[in-house]
Design a protein around this ligand. Structure first.
Ligand SMILES: Nc1ncnc2c1ncn2[C@@H]1O[C@H](COP(=O)(O)OP(=O)(O)OP(=O)(O)O)[C@@H](O)[C@H]1O
Length: 389
């Protein structure tokens, strides 16, 4: 089945399972994939209708499914190419003033791929993103982009290489007028400008805020605005520095889910590297993770880790249980425990046997231990954040 067709089918499933919100976000992605202004208008009319009839979910679902039906009749859209977007080889940078050095870093970034960049404060995440964004020049190493990007002049390359820093500057005027200005800077004028801007306003959940000013938006919506502004540039490689900072857990999950969906766009598949302290959330969406320690990378490829998992000899568990260290060690004493660490209010238990989370959990339940939280971090970059004793 063509990927466009399967995306439409997937969207239908969301609507039929009453997940109207996710269904609608997928529907907007399908419409953006078509780049068809007639469909942009239909989507905008649908959202205006919803604004007038906020409680009529059933009718909204029916109208959305009708629109999907129309999309299904279009010639399938999408690119078959799956060439790497960027090849980064042995990239390194040393700050003269502080002698802090990052690298050497080597990455192969494919379209549709999300890389999580994690590490403790001051370990080089921002610096690495800035070097990849060509905001800082490297001392050694190369970054080669796919042929179509390489042929562009530096200015145009930068427009496809989008970097959203941790602190974004204040803007004046309304959210919508700023987006219209950005679109015009990239050569989109007239009716297309209005329609495309409204489509991204819809896509990033900004419809009710379209006339708001910078000072009237919360941090989460400011980030959504930055994403809408960036996506208008049709980025090939999107670099995000701590996009989840200042967001509540729900907003973090929504943004990550949106990034995952947008990365897999059929008309403009892109690569994303995002730095974050939110390991758990990032690892759920990232295909690959780079952990930076004093500027040096440790790579974690989730797919390879998955395949390798049969060979993992150790289980590392993070748990919050109502026990002292001594009590815990007595209960899990039948297992080959290597070490129990007390780390920031929770226990980290190292067991020299693989995949024994379920057995340990059962043992804790049998011993009537009150468990607040337990997680297998054997394959997570979380294990690198543990203080070594
Ligand atoms: N312009 C600069 N000149 C000299 N040293 C710098 C410069 N910018 C950053 N550094 C140093 O490089 C190191 C890495 O900083 P960087 O901001 O890249 O880390 P980070 O992992 O993004 O940190 P955080 O999570 O706190 O944002 C720090 O020790 C910092 O002091």
């Amino acid at each position: 089945m063509h990927p466009f067709q399967s995306k439409i089918n997937q969207t239908k499933i969301h609507f039929n399972n009453s997940d109207v919100d996710l269904g609608f976000r997928n529907l907007v992605d399908c419409v953006l994939d078509t780049a068809d202004q007639a469909f942009y208008k239909k989507t905008i009319n649908l959202v205006s209708w919803k604004e007038q009839n906020p409680d009529d979910r059933e009718h909204f679902t029916r109208k959305s499914l009708d629109l999907l039906q129309e999309l299904a009749l279009l010639k399938p859209v999408g690119q078959d190419e799956n060439k790497p977007l960027a090849t980064i080889t042995d990239l390194s940078k040393k700050y003269r003033r502080s002698s802090f050095e990052i690298g050497p870093v080597s990455l192969l970034i494919n379209p549709g791929e999300i890389w999580g960049l994690v590490g403790e404060n001051g370990n080089g995440k921002t610096s690495l993103l800035r070097v990849i964004a060509k905001d800082l020049s490297p001392d050694k190493g190369t970054i080669t982009f796919s042929d179509d990007l390489e042929q562009l002049k530096l200015y145009n390359q930068r427009s496809h290489l989008a970097y959203i820093p941790q602190r974004t500057p204040k803007w004046h005027g309304s959210l919508k007028s700023n987006l219209k200005f950005t679109a015009s800077q990239y050569g989109i004028f007239g009716e297309e400008n209005e329609l495309l801007v409204l489509m991204y306003i819809i896509r990033f959940g900004l419809w009710s805020f379209r006339n708001y000013k910078w000072s009237e938006l919360s941090s989460g919506y400011k980030m959504r605005f930055e994403l809408a502004r960036t996506f208008l540039r049709k980025p090939k490689l999107l670099l995000l520095d701590e996009p989840l900072a200042n967001l509540d857990v729900l907003a973090q999950q929504l943004i990550l889910e949106d990034l995952k969906l947008m990365a897999a766009s059929l008309s403009n598949p892109l690569g994303i590297i995002l730095s974050s302290q939110q390991l758990f959330e990032v690892e759920k969406v990232a295909d690959k993770v780079i952990f930076l320690k004093k500027g040096s990378p440790i790579y974690i490829d989730q797919t390879i880790e998955e395949k390798k998992s049969n060979g993992v000899e150790k289980t590392v568990l993070e748990m919050d249980v109502q026990l002292s260290k001594e009590e815990l060690s007595v209960i899990i004493q039948p297992f080959p425990v290597e070490q129990i660490q007390f780390n920031g209010g929770i226990f980290i238990v190292h067991i020299s046997r693989r995949s024994c989370m379920n057995e340990i959990l059962q043992k804790l339940i049998d011993s009537k231990v009150q468990i607040t939280y337990i997680r297998d971090i054997s394959k997570s970059s979380r294990r690198f954040f543990i203080q070594t004793t």
